[in-house]
Ligand binder design. Structure first.
Ligand SMILES: NC(=O)C1=CN([C@@H]2O[C@H](COP(=O)(O)OP(=O)(O)OC[C@H]3O[C@@H](n4cnc5c(N)ncnc54)[C@H](O)[C@@H]3O)[C@@H](O)[C@H]2O)[C@@H](O)CC1
Ligand SMILES: Nc1ncnc2c1ncn2[C@@H]1O[C@H](COP(=O)(O)OP(=O)(O)OP(=O)(O)O)[C@@H](O)[C@H]1O
Length: 465
């Protein structure tokens, strides 16, 4: 903003100078060109001209001084205005926090009727110990009390079945809280370096959608680790992506591991395919990412791998799984040895999350159900009836960024809530909003690429107004 106004002042100044020059400098030259006098006369005129030049210089100097004074005054005024604006924002923020706390206390007092939590407790001690450890100082108890829902309007957010609009707005506010401010002080990379592991000969679109979504949500850098033959294709879609053709090389795990210290989160699975070698490499990358404590989003064929080997991710509290209906039933059957109960999606979701050690799971569908085995959030933000391929990839890429931001912000900024639940709610709402906006423009012909183009405006609408 300061730059914009500074540029405006400079342009105004330059225009004034040009006008000044046109009026005096040019006029002066024209008079000279048309003169034809004797030497004496011309000497007299030269001295007159010098005199005129001197006057001109002085006027110019005065004019410049005045402009500089005006500019200085403008900046002083602007500085004061920004200070007042900062103070106003701080006060507003403090008021909002106070209201959230009051609401929490109020709800805690009147919510005795709503605990629908499943009684399942992980049998494995390591799962139990991971049970509440997303970030340091994480407090699930406060989360439970603040979100217990006594009031009865369901919109796009709910903990169990019914929710107040205020609560829904609160969770949007929590998403807003974790979004890092845009400032001139940061360097490239600070707002997120996200890695997407996926992309093979058949599927080049999925990793592209995930990686470009991560960038458009606000990550600074987006890396794709894919097979050699997919790399050139993915690069050709977008010069913004950094593409590593390593996933089918014998050294794939080590190659990706070298990058892990520079990544804030990884998304495993979009367009990975089900080739044994690639799945084996994805497995190795998951293991290395766990050692480094990096948040891992697992989607698409990454979930196929988890359904074969659940222990790979079981009990890792920084994992978020994003199954569609089909992927969910595969996982559920693998873990609980039962088919999904179509009359109790909430219960099934809670049970699956608990069986996996309270990982965050986003069950995508007509309504997205999000749970960490303790709570169920429901995101039914309005989307559309169009179900083109690639929407899940947009969700997982966006979630890669939001998970990093929420994790970094920690429970203070999420009012004690599990940061990954907040991130998942943000990513689901955003995906659905993009779907809604793109559908309004294109109807049945809408594709995932149209949704990608909506990310900026959808994000602004939901989180920056
Ligand atoms: N342009 C691309 O490159 C795309 C690649 N994709 C990739 O394709 C690979 C396979 O993904 P799939 O989702 O097809 O694999 P799945 O094996 O999980 O899905 C199998 C079938 O289930 C169906 N299905 C999905 N949702 C359903 C629901 N709610 N109820 C009933 N059936 C449902 C799908 O139509 C699909 O035919 C993944 O690697 C994925 O990332 C997809 O992301 C789509 C876009
Ligand atoms: N019936 C539905 N009504 C509204 N929104 C839906 C519906 N089904 C899915 N969505 C939205 O689309 C997003 C992607 O879900 P989808 O089931 O298409 O994932 P996917 O099959 O993994 O996608 P992909 O094609 O990328 O593999 C979800 O987050 C959800 O918000």
């Amino acid at each position: 903003m300061i730059w914009g106004r500074g540029a405006y002042v400079t342009v105004a100044l330059a225009s004034a100078l040009i006008l000044f020059w046109l009026q005096y400098g040019k006029g002066f030259k024209q008079i000279n060109a048309h003169t034809n006098e004797t030497p004496l006369l011309s000497q007299a005129k030269r001295s007159k001209k010098r005199h005129a030049n001197l006057t001109l210089d002085k006027m110019m100097e005065k004019f410049l001084q005045q402009s500089m004074d005006t500019e200085e005054k403008f900046y002083k005024y602007e500085e004061q205005r920004l200070k007042i604006e900062d103070k106003r924002r701080e006060a507003e923020h403090a008021r909002e926090l106070q209201m959230l706390q009051m609401l929490g206390q109020m709800l805690a007092g009147i919510s005795s009727t709503v605990s629908q939590r499943s009684q399942f407790v992980p049998s494995n001690p390591s799962q139990r110990s991971n049970h509440r450890s997303y970030g340091e100082n994480f407090n699930y108890n406060s989360m439970t009390t603040t979100l217990s829902p006594p009031i009865v309007i369901e919109r796009s957010f709910s903990v169990h079945k019914t929710h107040s609009i205020k609560e829904m707005e609160n969770i949007f506010q929590l998403v807003r809280n974790v979004i890092p401010p845009l400032t001139a002080k940061k360097h490239k990379g600070q707002d997120g370096r996200i890695g997407i592991v996926g992309g093979c000969q058949e599927y080049t679109g999925a990793p592209y959608f995930a990686a470009i979504s991560a960038l458009k949500v606000g990550a600074d850098l987006s890396h794709v680790f894919c097979t050699k033959d997919a790399a050139t294709v993915i690069k050709s879609y977008s010069p913004e992506l950094i593409v590593h053709p390593v996933l089918d090389s014998p050294d794939a795990v080590r190659e990706v591991e070298n990058w892990l210290p520079r990544l804030h989160s990884v998304v495993i699975g979009p367009g990975l395919g089900r080739d044994d070698l690639l799945l084996e490499h994805a497995k190795g990358i998951i293991e290395k990412s766990k050692v480094k404590g990096i948040p891992i989003v697992i989607d698409a064929d990454g979930l196929w791998l988890i359904a074969q080997q659940p222990s790979l991710i079981q009990g890792y509290p920084r994992a978020i799984l994003t199954p569609n209906a089909m992927e969910f039933s595969r996982l559920y059957e693998a873990m609980l040895r039962d088919p999904v109960d179509n009359n109790d999606y909430h219960g099934c979701l809670l049970r699956l999350s608990q069986a996996l050690g309270n990982l965050t799971i986003v069950q995508k569908g007509e309504r997205d159900l999000i749970s960490d085995g303790e709570k169920v959030l429901v995101c039914s933000h309005e989307g559309s009836s169009r179900r083109c391929g690639g929407q899940g990839d947009i969700l997982s890429g966006s979630l890669g960024v939001l998970a990093h931001w929420a994790f970094l912000a920690g429970p203070e900024k999420t009012n004690g809530q599990n940061p990954f639940l907040v991130a998942a709610f943000g990513a689901c709402s955003l995906t659905r909003q993009c779907n809604n906006q793109a559908f309004q423009k294109f109807g049945r012909s809408m594709t995932a690429s149209d949704m990608v183009l909506e990310i900026g405006t959808a994000f602004n609408k939901l989180f920056e107004t």
